[in-house]
Design a protein around this ligand. Structure first.
Ligand code: 6MZ
Length: 337
């Protein structure tokens, strides 16, 4: 077991679904929360979390996100979060990471959203020799079409380092239909897209799944809840899935991964990637997410290597595929796989 765990730690890894602010270290989160009332609120949320059902746990996580948003108030904060996130991924042998974030302005617009994006890009650049990181811009489900359009414009402006557009945020808000024009434009300019789909178990969520599958984004996030027909369509159309074990256990209200949909899609040789989602808030690492999957579904080391190799084909920055594959091949030779 220890040997397999070590193998999961040492294999070069690819992270394709990580929300930048969700990666914040818990110690940093507490430091940034300046008021005692906010700190007490965080304590209460931490205490209440294990007791809730799926919907109340999700509400709990989203209240933490808004608390987090209120305490990240300037460019130094976001520089620090980016820096620590990259350090944490490097220490876990992540070689390529796509971080996603919703651009925001500070101080009532005095610091523009473009400065927020530039600060993250500059920090990523500083680490380029240790980890290849790329940015995906997130549109939040609550945003207006105009705000979403601004995000698309930012993505166009920094096209070399920004490799895609994401739709995320509270899954109770169904807004893909309203925001679809922005995603259509993204397709027109060949910008890759990834959309959160089927995170919660309700009828509205299932209805929205159809619209998202019709659009056919480059990748889909989660896909926890789906009809048989939706499952068949995603399989047939080979739309890659980003699976996040710890986060999925939370939204699916499961105590272990034995019934997780990884099994079904893996057996069908579907394009898949395993990711962390919010490594800080959910207290997880990519290597342990992978280890849980490998252990539950009894993958061999060789199978894990092959799995990671197919994941490299799913990265948005196609120029980096070869580099990732070379690093994986070198690892395989050294490990005598
Ligand atoms: C949907 C999520 C999420 O953008 O401020 N986010 N959206 N489902 C999830 N599953 C648990 N986890 C995180 O990162 C934090 C934001 O990412 C989205 C939420 O909108 C959250 O506020 P950024 O860097």
């Amino acid at each position: 077991m220890d040997d397999l765990n070590r193998f999961c730690e040492s294999i070069p890894k690819i992270e394709l679904h990580a929300h930048l602010n969700g990666c914040i270290r818990s110690s940093t989160f507490r430091q940034l929360l300046s008021s005692p009332t906010d700190q007490m609120r965080l304590d209460t949320l931490d205490k209440e979390f294990p007791m809730g059902d799926t919907h109340s746990r999700m509400a709990n996580v989203f209240e933490k996100f808004s608390l987090l948003r209120s305490c990240v108030t300037n460019l130094d904060d976001i520089r620090r979060i980016t820096h620590e996130t990259l350090e944490d991924f490097i220490s876990d042998n992540v070689i390529y990471a796509e971080l996603r974030t919703r651009p925001r302005s500070f101080q009532n617009g005095a610091i523009a959203a473009s400065s927020y994006v530039e600060t993250i890009l500059e920090t990523m650049q500083e680490y380029e020799d240790k980890i290849c990181s790329r940015l995906v811009l997130s549109i939040d489900r609550t945003q207006t079409l105009e705000q979403a359009m601004e995000t698309l414009k930012l993505a166009e402006k920094y096209r070399t380092q920004i490799v895609g557009l994401d739709l995320s945020g509270d899954p109770n808000v169904k807004s893909f239909e309203r925001l679809r024009p922005v995603f259509d434009l993204a397709k027109q300019i060949n910008l890759s897209t990834t959309i959160h789909i089927g995170e919660l178990p309700d009828e509205e969520c299932l209805n929205e799944n159809n619209l998202i599958i019709d659009y056919k984004p480059t990748r889909l996030g989660h896909f926890n809840f789906r009809t048989v027909d939706q499952e068949q369509r995603v399989l047939k159309e080979q739309i890659p899935l980003e699976l996040c074990p710890t986060s999925n256990l939370l939204t699916m209200n499961l105590s272990d991964l034995s019934t997780h949909h990884f099994d079904l899609f893996y057996k069908n040789k579907h394009p898949l990637t395993i990711c962390t989602d919010d490594s800080g808030l959910m207290d997880c690492r990519l290597s342990s997410e992978i280890f849980q999957i490998v252990q539950t579904f009894r993958l061999t080391k060789k199978e894990l290597y092959e799995f990671m190799f197919q994941t490299s084909n799913l990265i948005f920055d196609k120029n980096m595929i070869e580099l990732c594959q070379t690093k994986l091949k070198n690892f395989s030779e050294q490990s005598n796989l």
